[in-house]
Design a binder for this molecule. Sequence first.
Ligand code: ZN
Length: 317
Amino acid sequence: MAILAPTQEEVIAMHQSHAKFFQERSNAGIDHIVRHEGEHDGPHVAIFGGIHGNERGGVEASVEVMRAIEESRLKIAKGSVSFILGNPEAYLQNMRFLDENLNRTFIEGPQRDNIEGNRSREIMHYMWQIRDDLAAVMDLHSVSVGDMQAVVYNNAKHFPEWLPPIYDFYMRYSRRHIAGMLPDLTSRYDVSGFLIEAGNHQSNEAVFRSLFHIRELFKEFGIETVGEMPYGQELDEKVIREAPSVHYKTIAQIDPSKGFRFSRDVETHMKLNAGEVFAHNDDGEIVAPQDCIIVMPDANPNPNDSDAGFLCVEVAA
Ligand SMILES: [Zn+2]
C-alpha cells in the first residue's frame, strides 16, 4: 500500500489546526474535550485520538465528524459523544509524548508533575465525572512500523466482539506487563474500553479507518444519527477486508532504556525462539525468555518510553 508522506511542516500545520478546532470548542470544563449532546437522551460514548501526539488518524476523524455535525450534514438524534484530544501539547509538536508516555499514566495513585501527568489528571477527572452514564470508550491509535490494524484490550469481558474481523491481530494485555493504559481506567468503572490501531502514523487510510470505527461504535452502542458520516458508504469499500485473526496475549513489554536497540529489522508477527538474541543494550544481549512473538515494535524507541514493543504468545480466540 502506498503511504503518503507529508513533510514534517505539513504534518505540524494539520496538527495545529486540529488542536485549535478542539480548543475553541472545549465545552466540558476541560481543555480539548468537546461533548456533543444528541436531541434525545441516550448512551454516552467517549472517543480518544492523539493520546500519542504523533498519531493523527483518530484526531482528524473526530474533527471530520464534529465538522459534519456543525455543518448540519450529520445530527446526533440520540445519545451523546465526548471527543477527547488526548495529549494536546505533544500533538502540537507531532511528538509521541513530551515527558512520559501518556498511555501509561492512567494508574491509581499520584501522577507525576509533568505535562503528561497533568493531562492524565484532567482526563481521569473527566472520566470520573461521566463514569455512571458511560457506555464505551474507544481510543484511536496508529503504528510506527507497517500499516497494520489491531485491537488492544485488557479484559475478556470487554472484548469488542462486535467489530468486523478486519484486523491483523488482537492483543490482550495484562496489567502485570503494561500498567496504566486507558482500558485500565475504564475497567475500574466496568466500562468497555479498547484501543484500535488504525494503520501507520503517516497513512491517510488511518483517518478513514478511524471514521469507520466511530461509525461502528455509534451503531453498537445506540448513538443514533441522522445524515451521513463523512465518506458514508465509501468507508466500507475502503476498510472492510478479510484478515487472518491472530490472537496474542502479552508476556512482557520490551524495555527501551539503557541504549536499547533491536539487533535486526523487526516487525509484528516475527517469531523468536527461547534464548534467541533479538536486541542489545548497554548490559549486553537481550534474549527471548521463551518461544514468543514480537508485536508492535518501535524501530527507534525513545529511551524514556515505556516500551519498544511487546513480547506475546499466540492464544486461542
Ligand atoms: Zn499510540
